[in-house]
Ligand binder design. Structure first.
Ligand code: E4P
Length: 219
């Protein structure tokens, strides 16, 4: 199971990489725009800041434009996974890229049918947007993950499901429970994964007991 940081901020990426359990990075045009750098320069920096896959999205909306941008992005490094929107053109481009062995991530998936077509196009990953769906209809994001998991397993698709658009820790945990292949989440959610108030309380008690006994740690 992979955990990706959803960010184009180098500071955030370096911070999360230092934790030792981040498997890669996903970006999108909004995140890249916020980073305020040239796209290729930024991507090169992100690629050198992580060992894992880096999802980078095309901006063109027609098949040929997407193919040209995808080929450009993919030559920036082996880690690049080209993100394409789940549109008629995006799916057609995904099919071609999959035949060229270029890794793809079909994004902006909001329905089982879209997820099915992404898999049939040969996508490496698909990104269902849980939070944005649930902004419109509560529970539907998690239902979508669950239906996608069942369909991909039933039909033996190799496409990996990345639960995306996470709004809070409960989204992350239910995605893991459903058995997605990966989750991508912003830093403020990933920061919470290692924390529990009972861990803090338990550790405090261990240390208090130790110090009260005046013990020394052996050298
Ligand atoms: C996924 O790849 C997207 O970048 C992301 O998860 C979108 O999340 P948002 O709905 O919080 O913008």
């Amino acid at each position: 199971m992979q955990i990706f940081l959803d960010s184009a901020s180098l500071d955030e990426i370096r911070l999360a990489e230092a934790w030792g359990w981040i498997d890669g990075v996903t970006t999108n045009p909004t995140l890249v725009a916020a980073a305020g750098k040239n796209y290729d320069e930024l991507l090169r920096e992100i690629i050198s800041a992580t060992k894992g896959p880096v999802s980078a999205e095309v901006i063109a909306t027609d098949k040929n434009g997407m193919l040209a941008q995808a080929r450009f992005l993919s030559q920036l490094g082996k880690q690049v996974v080209v993100k394409l929107p789940c549109t008629t053109e995006g799916l057609a481009a995904t099919r071609v890229l999959s035949q060229e062995k270029i890794k793809t991530n079909v994004t902006l998936i909001f329905s089982l049918s879209q997820g099915l077509l992404a898999a049939k196009a040969g996508a490496t990953y698909c990104s269902p947007f849980v939070g944005r769906l649930e902004d419109q209809a509560p529970q539907q994001g998690e239902e979508l993950l669950s239906h996608l998991r069942t369909a991909y397993d039933d039909y033996h698709f190799q496409t990996k499901i990345i639960a995306a658009s996470m709004r809070h820790l409960a989204h992350f945990e239910s995605a893991v429970g459903i058995g997605v292949d990966a989750v991508t989440a912003p830093l403020h959610i990933l920061e919470k994964l290692s924390k529990h108030h009972l861990t803090d309380l338990g550790l405090q008690k261990f240390l208090d007991d130790w110090h009260r006994a005046n013990l020394k740690f052996p050298n």
